[in-house]
Design a protein around this ligand. Sequence first.
Ligand code: ARG
Length: 459
Amino acid sequence: SSNAMWGGRFAAGPDAIMEAINASIGYDQRLYAQDIRGSRAHAAMLAAQGIISDKDAEAIGEGLLTVLSEIEAGGFPFSTALEDIHMNVEARLKEVIGEPAGRLHTARSRNDQVATDFRLWVREQCDAAISGLDTLIRAALTRAEEGADWVMPGFTHLQTAQPVTFGHHMMAYVEMFARDKSRFIDARKRMNECPLGAAALAGTGFPIDRHATAEALGFDRPMANSLDAVSDRDFALEFLSAGSICAVHMSRLAEELVIWSSAQFRFVAMSDKWSTGSSIMPQKRNPDAAELIRAKIGRILGASVALFTVMKGLPLAYSKDMQEDKEQVFDAADNLMLALAAMAGMIGDMTVNADKLEAAASGGFSTATDLADWLVREAGLPFRDAHHVTGSLVAMAEDQGCDLPDLSLEQMQSINPAITESVFDVLGVHNSVASRQSYGGTAPDQVRAQIARWKEQLG
Ligand code: ARG
């Protein structure tokens, strides 16, 4: 038989395969609360405008609450024949309240309905991401504060470069996560306009009040163009883009945690809560949570690529292609929130091995730049010459199987006679980091100032 909602001009029902490819209820049932909220706002507005009676609006509003609690109780008989959440809710409303249910869809289309529901949902996910990031930022800040003086090797090319502090390293991620947070805040602001009342695409002849429904649903204003309102999904793309960037940041930190927790590094130890063992190798403590966070960017960016691809060729206004927006965003959002929570937990619970950090910081000729800088400052060498002299000293130390501070003054002077005893002051890793006082540098004073700025900002 033909569809109860739109079957007027149809003699026969859809093929079973058509039903399968057409239905979105399997996933868009997640929008039930947003759908009911939007419908209640719409019905109240219709009554306020005299488009439907107060009595009908009341029946609709109450009936929708009944449907809401039925769905929340679980086991709601969602029907594939009814395609999506919008028609499932309305059909059930009809069973509950009868004839007035048919008046709910006045001056509305599923096109503006789904755009509204989905915006409400994505807006909530922005809030969830913002709060997840907040927790993560605080966790990283706490670790940064604790390790503001702990010296560790800073790397380029994953080769020892110069000593930095652990606090400095953590604060680098605080900066990244704070930008991620601001991206979600921005995206939320831009998406906070209401499509409801755009109807199918052209607006409606009924005297609706779009400002009222926008306000009732917590939007800043109605969207200004009905075609745009029903046909763009840039809010979802922005959410996925911000999510992808955030996931990249988490993935890089996760990668570091995987490396740092290895037997070769031992910079950190993951707590039992965030590790798994091996069924065959009894010694193993695997950083699975970090690895999974590292992998999440795959699905989040994948979702983003999928939705960009769905949208890129669509003429205005609505096309059914856009039904493919939801699963991607649902999956990306779920995994983003999970990754944020796991990352915050892992960071908070890990043990940082300050001694290992310091021992590693001292190796790899990490203060060679300090030595070159000393030659510039104290012996007046041009930096390029100082670089060359230092390179020869590194080669000499490497030859002797020792570190730079282990060379004798005589050995150093054999390469450049201008070197004096005071060079040894700059070869220690603590002196090295303490000297890096430029704004944003790794000196503990700078790191503490950065921490203080963030603590004040976060309150
Ligand atoms: N399930 C549809 C979606 O998610 C709802 C909108 C249907 N509109 C239409 N004109 N067929 O996009």
